[in-house]
Design a protein around this ligand. Structure first.
Ligand SMILES: Nc1ncnc2c1ncn2[C@@H]1O[C@H](COP(=O)(O)OP(=O)(O)OP(=O)(O)O)[C@@H](O)[C@H]1O
Length: 206
């Protein structure tokens, strides 16, 4: 499966949109906007987890050419609240031996812990490591540092940007901190109160 630019064309989700956005390979677009406007819905629609109209491509691959499970392996969604389906942390990783929890300020032995012992910040960082362990070709990140302190936030930002550059992955980063989005993203766009996606200068995204 190939990666490349992420192209969102005329995406409409329950009246939100049409959204047009291109995220070049290896770059990050920050998306902000009022609570409840539809930022998470946009990410879920791109991941084909929410009903919508419109077209999404990753490089030369049109999402409609793949079955949902293939597409979701290519396009890695980090939801704001992670789901855990087994008792132990390590069971959620494909290659637990290759994972480096210390990079995110986590204890080395965290993979031996039961999920129920994890704090919300530990869950958030482990859900990111779990996602990257599957080597997605694009990243859809829903407030990936919402539960973290400053030091952990910087570590997460750095890991994500390293991954994007190394793997030439396009990244959509949804967040509420415009300072953070300006730090991590080459381009920051925002939904207005009417659900129209606009550039920082106010023009409608095309
Ligand atoms: N499955 C669904 N069916 C109908 N409406 C939904 C569904 N999921 C979400 N919504 C509604 O869509 C709107 C957008 O929700 P969404 O979670 O995308 O907002 P958001 O911009 O990410 O908000 P926040 O910043 O608070 O996380 C909300 O009004 C929500 O209630």
């Amino acid at each position: 499966m190939q990666g490349g630019d992420l192209i969102i064309d005329d995406l409409v989700i329950r009246g939100l949109g049409p959204v047009r956005l291109t995220v070049p390979a290896g770059t990050c677009v920050g998306v902000s906007g009022p609570s409840g406007i539809g930022k998470s819905s946009l990410l879920r629609a791109v991941a084909d987890m929410e009903p919508h109209d419109g077209r999404v491509c990753l490089g030369a691959t049109d999402r409609d050419a793949l079955c949902a499970s293939e597409w979701r392996r290519m396009v890695g969604l980090l939801p704001s609240e992670s789901a855990w389906w087994a008792d132990g942390v390590a069971q959620h990783f494909l290659t637990p031996e290759a994972v480096c929890p210390e990079a995110l300020g986590l204890r080395e032995e965290v993979l031996t812990w039961p999920v129920k012992r994890l704090s919300s910040g530990e869950r958030q960082r482990l859900s990111l490591l779990r996602l990257l362990d599957r080597r997605p070709r694009a990243l859809l990140l829903d407030e990936p540092t919402a539960n973290l302190d400053g030091e952990s936030t910087r570590r997460v930002e750095s890991l994500i940007l390293d991954y994007a550059q190394t793997h030439r992955a396009p990244v959509i980063w949804v967040g509420h901190s415009v300072d953070q989005l300006n730090r991590v993203a080459q381009r920051v766009v925002s939904f207005d109160a009417d659900g129209v996606l606009r550039e920082a200068g106010g023009e409608v995204c095309r």
